[in-house]
Design a protein around this ligand. Structure first.
Ligand code: ZN
Ligand code: ZN
Length: 627
């Protein structure tokens, strides 16, 4: 009754704008909840509420609706049937299956068996298994599986596909594999794709690869499952190869593939690859959804083109919280703190609720710009106004900000009063500041503490020796270095990437594996000569350098980014920008030399290191030597 009143009210109080397409003629199209309600109102006005066919189509539309409010509405309609058909009941089951109360599906299913004349059909089971998977109802699902066999649906391919999925979600890979292998003649493309997705989700990429090769046919879903699988399991280069292969098949790509490849481009800083995906999006007339748009913004930001990101962000009609977060973090990573904070304020004004990661963007922006007052304000705001407890990354930004600004005591105070146990990296940050600001005694104390906390981390020894070097305590420097080699500390492998001529080239320090190794080393010699002409002399002993932990044993001039830059100078055209991505922090000497290269060779060089961008141009770096 309430429902009816509502619709009469709706009809009279609200003149529908252009006449909505009535459900009467297009029952199963995907309609919004408002459209469905309008059609319902028409049914009421036309006195057709007893028309079982119309009402069941109304319910079918509700089963397809994305709205969370549809469930109660559907239930009210379902209850208006005295003898619901199997079609009607299946649609109600479907509503429950996708709702937040999937267990209700099982109740309704048992009701069909007990009371309703309608016997379940193959559609019933597909929805029921979806619900059992969501509700993790293994016991119930297995019983229903028995019904399937008893009622003679054991060879129905739709049901078997639903079973593979159900068993994977509730019982694990082995159970779903058994269903897959049990009946090899009842398989279609969806069966293969479902099993493939199970292997990928389980991290079994090798098995998935074999299966992919074995598949009798493949569609875009099969390909996107593989590309996503590679990305999610960290096989980024394989993901790119797979992407290249799918573009050659002539299949129309789907959003999942595009988003996955954009994420690889972002992670590895491969601008050319990212741009290629962007141009594909254009040429295919692909709609820029929130997810695709956000991935593009992220890719451009992480590849050093923040201007492109801004343009895309401004042109996006539908932005989600995630979109704003990516843009704020992107601006912050480029040192554009003012813009990041302005955007954050806009975000709040629009009524969005910031998440933990939003504040990582805001605080890292503050720390990179060295704005202490703002940093303190937002750190406080996060806890007091939004109830977000700071995590390690937030503390990391604050400690970095305070340390760099010389407020070492405040930074130490913050670490000592943390609610979670501090990551040694925080102390390492303070130690870096001690070196920068010449607090030798404090640095010595923290350095020793760090080595005690984490004796296998080579970086701490390097930092402590750096503090001693600054105080010109050479004997101490030698002692710490010796201690480090005695303990044989772990070495993270440092690498640098450069994308050129359609390929990704990866260099490690002292690399001699590249096909053009002779030319690269010749170029390095030329660089050394030209750099020396400007009057720059590198420190004689590499021991005195604050070299990244991975590369301490290699001569500085052969650090991975120098090899990448040398290669870049060889293969790119005059005036082209050289873009390098490095996994670890750039060392001081490489930073200095890259500045000089940018001037001598008249090239813009953009290096993305472990935490930030360095735009080298005309002998200067955008980080103002502060990183
Ligand atoms: Zn270096
Ligand atoms: Zn820099």
């Amino acid at each position: 009754m309430v429902l009816h009143f509502f619709f009469f009210f709706f009809m009279f109080a609200y003149k529908p704008k252009p006449t909505p397409k009535p459900l009467l003629c297009l029952p199963q199209q995907l309609s919004s909840l408002d459209q469905i309600k309008q059609s319902h109102a028409q049914i009421i006005v036309l006195g057709q509420t007893n028309n079982g066919k119309l009402m069941s189509h109304l319910l079918a539309s509700l089963a397809l609706s994305q709205s969370a409010l549809a469930l109660h509405y559907s239930l009210a309609i379902y209850r208006s049937f005295t003898h619901p058909s199997v079609f009607v009941t299946n649609n109600m089951i479907r509503c429950f299956a996708k709702s937040e109360s999937p267990r209700q599906t099982i109740t309704l299913y048992s009701l069909i068996l007990r009371k309703i004349d309608a016997k379940p059909n193959n559609h019933t089971f597909t929805f029921v298994f979806q619900a059992c998977c969501k509700a993790l109802a293994l016991f119930e699902g297995a019983q229903i599986h028995a019904h399937v066999v008893k009622l003679g649906f054991g060879c129905d391919v739709f049901i078997r596909n639903a079973l593979i999925n159900f068993y994977y979600g509730s019982c694990g890979l082995e159970c779903s594999r058994r269903v897959f292998e049990e009946n090899s003649h009842v398989r279609d493309l969806v069966t293969w794709n479902t099993m493939l997705a199970c292997f990928v989700r389980d991290g079994q990429i090798g098995v998935a690869e074999n299966m992919f090769d074995e598949m009798p046919e493949r569609d875009v879903v099969s390909w996107s499952t593989m590309v996503m699988g590679y990305v999610q399991n960290g096989y980024l280069e394989e993901a790119l190869d797979c992407f290249r292969a799918v573009t050659n098949t002539g299949l129309r790509l789907n959003e999942a593939i595009l988003v996955s490849v954009l994420s690889v481009s972002a992670q590895l800083g491969l601008l050319d690859r990212g741009k290629l995906v962007h141009s594909l999006v254009y040429s295919m007339n692909f709609p820029i959804t929130a997810s695709l748009g956000t991935s593009l913004i992220d890719m451009y930001a992480k590849c050093g083109c923040i201007e492109e990101s801004k343009l895309l962000f401004d042109s996006m009609r539908r932005k989600e919280v995630w979109t704003w977060n990516v843009m704020i973090c992107g601006l912050a990573a480029h040192g554009l703190a003012k813009e990041a904070l302005k955007l954050f304020e806009e975000f709040i004004d629009k009524g969005f609720a910031p998440a933990s990661v939003t504040f990582v963007g805001v605080l890292s922006g503050c720390s990179r710009a060295g704005v202490v007052r703002e940093g303190r304000h937002y750190f406080k705001l996060m806890r007091e106004s939004y109830g977000i407890e700071p995590e390690m990354e937030h503390y990391g930004c604050m400690v970095d900000l305070l340390s760099r600004s010389g407020l070492v005591d405040e930074a130490i105070d913050l670490i000592e009063n943390m609610k979670i146990s501090p990551d040694p990296v925080l102390w390492a940050t303070v130690l870096g500041a001690c070196k920068l600001h010449g607090h030798i005694e404090l640095g010595e104390k923290i350095g020793k503490k760090l080595i005690q906390l984490d004796p296998n981390h080579g970086g701490h020894y390097v930092q402590l020796s750096g503090v001693y070097a600054k105080a010109r305590k050479w004997e101490e420097v030698v002692r710490v270095r010796r201690l480090m080699s005695e303990r044989n500390t772990n070495k993270a492998v440092g690498w640098s990437l450069i994308e050129a001529q359609g390929k990704v080239h990866k260099f490690v320090a002292g690399d001699r594996d590249h096909e053009r190794v002779a030319e690269i080393y010749k170029m390095l010699e030329l660089i050394t000569t030209l750099v020396a002409k400007t009057g720059y002399t590198p420190n004689i002993s590499s021991v005195l350098h604050d070299i990244g932990e991975e590369e301490k044993e290699t001569v500085i001039i052969e650090h991975s980014e120098r090899l990448a830059i040398a290669y870049g100078l060889l293969v790119t055209g005059v005036g082209d920008c050289i873009r390098v991505v490095k996994n670890l922090r750039v060392c001081e000497d490489c930073h200095e030399v890259t500045k000089i290269i940018s001037k001598v060779f008249e090239r813009e060089i953009i290096v993305r290191d472990g935490s930030r961008f360095h735009h080298f141009k005309e002998g200067k770096c955008s980080c103002h030597d502060f990183w």
